[in-house]
Ligand binder design. Sequence first.
Ligand code: ASP
Length: 432
Amino acid sequence: MININKTHGHGLSLTVKIFIGLVCGLIFGITLSYFGPSYLRDEIIINGVLKLAGGLFVRSIKMLVVPLVFISLVCGSCAIGDVKKLGRIGVKIMIYYTVTTALAVALALVIGVMINPGAGLDLSKLVKKEASFSEARPVIDTLLDIIPENPAGAMARGEMLQVIFFALLAGLAMALVGSNARTAADLFNQLNEIMMKMVSLVMLFAPYGVFALISKTFATAGIDAVIPIFKFVAGTIFAMLLHVLIIYGGMIRFIARLSFTKFIKKTVSVIEVAFSTSSSNATLPFTIDAAVNKIGISKSTAAFTLPLGATVNMDGTAIMQGVAAIFIAQVYMIDLGLSAYLKIILTAALASVGTAGVPGVGMITLSMVLQSVGLPLEGIALIIGVDRILDMFRTTVNVLGDIACTLVVAGSENEFDETVFNSPDGIVTESE
Ligand code: ASP
């Protein structure tokens, strides 16, 4: 049995520590905002210690963006390339995964535009205006720009769409070469593991980074920042809820013709684990167990589509990134044109492929979405403090999406046993 409340050796779990950092940062920052300007407050605390600690954390995250996106997308697209081997089920599941993710981002953008999470907070003075990039490039140029003339240059400049394109092609080619590229595929998988380890090392610093970033935000913006950040969190959770109810609910009710309430009842244990671990990967054994033994999906289908989903299908993450992009654009007073919205849908859907199922990675791949439409990465500082809360919700949505898509596909391919689904306890297994 996996210990889902794993602590990191000494007492409190990382999640609890991040929450403590968040709450203390909030209190400290708001308190600081009530003190008038002074050398101690402004130079030593806000622009000294807090800037340093917060900056170290944000820079370490930025440092990981390009290699992480590149390596994990090569691995992800190589895994998708392999889908051919599994024939119709593979193709169908990829269609469901891709379409649901694109719908998720579109829904997130609509909710974001409706609730205006960034209204009332103006941080535009804090970024250099000449670097305000996003606007109105013709769609044709945007499309042409996806292909890098020089992949190394694209990486060096952090041109994310170009890096993504090259990575997808490289992964696909690796899958097509097959066994002759085994060594390269192994190398990329190992590099991927190393990147994930780097993420978890950087995350060890998260409680302090979160404390510093949150207190700096609130010390400078005062209590005014509370409502926008709250709106961002609430809006994101609301969009996720709608996505689960409308998209997954609709798919299960109208395509698979099954009861959605029953589906949720059968996935309660998975929801609990996803919520508490914030990791699709750590949840995977529970996901497969529920899909096979409680829902009635065939083992062979579940064993292929669910690990694939935990790697490439992240609707919750895509939703967070959509709302975050709108929030950050509003806070920095940057108008997004139509091509920027399309780019957000495209990059967030791809970010979902490039986001590994471990805690916090969605926040790192968010920088790829922001960068692709020219939004300031400084915006991440604003929301990173509350990211752990959203990570719990989005991981849950990510995992539910994997099961819902798998169920619909399994149902259409005779890989599903409805008697298991209808029996109250499903099959009783050794693991229970
Ligand atoms: N924690 C998420 C997952 O494992 C990924 C993310 O950070 O968005 O599904």
